[in-house]
Write a protein that binds this ligand. Structure first.
Ligand code: ATP
Ligand code: MG
Length: 238
């Protein structure tokens, strides 16, 4: 079963067609990076998969469930990291995680919370502090750990490394590879060519609502950054 299938998807926002017939699929246990500039339609693609936007035509499915017909089943399979993840500033990291996991119907132990926060590299002494005192990168780490703790088969990540420093980005990329190795299917949207090449099995280049290029990682290797960057830059000025 393919994890995500998008076929000739067209989506309009505010009367303008934003996605102009895109098709791609994400294999189980793989990372697909949707790469594109500002306004290309990356977030729109994720919001459509989550059932927040209705396609004009075409289709999208998650684990064989159509996203317009089986909205709640689709959402149960997905952990979504939004572009600007908002957690509660007056709660600490543990309290935020417990609260949002409880809403998702998932009970966790303190050990599980600490393991997830270890994985994303949030310092132990910060975890009991209110998140209003956190830096952007620290907030992002808690949001990422929340997505992991949901334990869903599919992850949708919107600009997950934005606000992280280079070391944290490398750690995050390793974490994403690890999650794919555990069988998770990951769709990540980004405008970071380097990061996409580090983690993705396949990259789709999105330009003004159209997929204009696709790159596959050779078995056991990474996608070549220079090649993707050249195409990205060339298309961006076309
Ligand atoms: N709520 C909205 N109403 C109308 N148009 C919108 C809305 N949100 C986004 N758009 C338009 O849809 C297009 C695609 O936006 P989208 O947010 O999907 O881009 P993106 O690729 O995620 O960009 P970024 O890298 O800046 O996050 C843009 O032209 C944007 O102006
Ligand atoms: Mg976006």
């Amino acid at each position: 079963m393919t994890a995500i299938v998008v076929q000739d998807l067209r989506v309009s926002r505010g009367g303008t067609e934003v996605l102009k017939g895109i098709s791609f699929s994400v294999d189980p246990g793989s990372v697909y990076a949707l790469l594109g500039g500002n306004g290309a339609g990356k977030s729109t693609t994720l919001l459509t998969l989550l059932g927040f936007l209705t396609p004009d035509s075409g289709s999208a499915s998650v684990l064989d469930n159509d996203v317009t017909q089986c909205v709640s089943r689709v959402r149960q399979q997905i952990a979504y990291l939004p572009e600007a993840a908002t957690l509660y500033p007056h709660l600490n990291a543990y309290e935020n995680l417990e609260y949002f996991l409880d809403l998702a119907g998932r009970k966790t132990t303190q050990l599980e919370l600490d393991q997830a926060l270890d994985e994303v590299g949030l310092q132990l002494e910060s975890r009991s502090r209110h998140m209003e005192d956190y830096s952007k990168g620290m907030r992002q780490k808690v949001a990422i750990s929340l997505a992991i703790l949901r334990e869903t088969p599919v992850l949708l990540l919107d600009e997950p490394t934005s606000g992280l420093d280079p070391v944290a980005i490398d750690e995050f990329n390793a974490l994403v590879r690890n999650l794919a190795g555990l069988g998770k299917s990951i769709l990540m949207v980004t405008h970071d060519v380097y990061g996409a090449c580090q983690v993705a099995n396949r990259i789709g280049l999105l330009r003004r609502g159209q997929l204009v290029g696709s790159f596959d990682a050779p078995a056991g290797e990474r996608i070549e950054t220079d090649r993707v960057h050249a195409t990205f830059a060339e298309r961006a000025t076309a």
